[in-house]
Design a protein around this ligand. Structure first.
Ligand SMILES: [Zn+2]
Length: 230
């Protein structure tokens, strides 16, 4: 599990933090590995964005690192709801074909803008908490990373020719279960994370992200502390 870490470059990095279990583990892992990191939260003003942001702040406050909000609401929701071309970034994981095309476009745009924010802040890497199960489900994600890296290189290369930008996916060879186990080892406060697509006092337990999270905790043999005790 740890072999994947070796290729990662140390230095000032941005860490993409969604407020969920994977990104909480990513930030804790990066802290342990000695990265000088700054959190970045992408807001597309989705249903659960406020909830996710509260959790993202809890994660970065707990680690004593900064958090920048990259507000892309104006990009993805330029008009009042319901926006006619209503793209939820979360549909990335579930929708095939055409809707997925829209979601991938949102994802790529978000990552590109966030990567440039990292560059402008003096960083040269953006850590992303996608794991092997994510990439197996959506191989286009990995291709996007490679392509976007090249776009960032071309975009900022004239300014920083000797410091190429890179996306780093430290968990790319890990399963969702591996990430949860690593988070438990690292002492991540999973109770303060939010993976559900809805907003409310507790997770809905029925959306795809809730289901995936439950499966990962079950595979890791651990209860999810974010869930109300029965
Ligand atoms: Zn849910």
């Amino acid at each position: 599990m740890r072999r994947a870490m070796r290729d990662v470059v140390r230095g000032p990095v941005g860490t993409l933090i969604s407020g969920g279990a994977d990104s909480a583990t990513l930030a804790a892992w990066a802290a342990r590995e000695g990265y000088h990191q700054r959190g970045l939260f992408i807001s597309a003003r989705e249903r659960n964005s406020a909830q996710e942001l509260r959790c993202a702040r809890a994660i970065t406050d707990g680690l004593g690192i900064g958090l920048e909000v990259v507000d892309l609401g104006a990009v993805f929701r330029p008009t009042a709801d319901p926006y006619p071309f209503d793209v939820e970034l979360h549909t990335l994981r579930e929708q095939p074909e055409l809707v997925n095309l829209a979601a991938m476009t949102s994802f790529n745009t978000s990552l590109l803008i966030t990567a440039v924010r990292v560059v402008l802040a003096g960083g040269r890497s953006l850590l992303v908490g996608l794991h092997g199960d994510d990439l197996a489900t959506k191989p286009a994600l990995a291709d996007s990373m490679i392509a976007l890296q090249e776009v960032v290189r071309c975009t900022v290369g004239t300014v920083t020719p000797d410091e190429p930008f890179s996306f780093e996916l430290p968990f790319r060879d890990w399963s969702a279960m591996d990430v949860i186990r690593a988070g438990l080892e690292l002492g991540v406060d999973f109770a303060a994370t939010w993976s559900c697509r809805t907003e409310g006092p507790s997770p809905c337990l029925t959306c795809r992200d809730c289901t995936a999270r439950a499966a990962a905790f079950a595979a890791a043999g651990a209860p999810d502390p974010a869930l109300p005790r029965r």
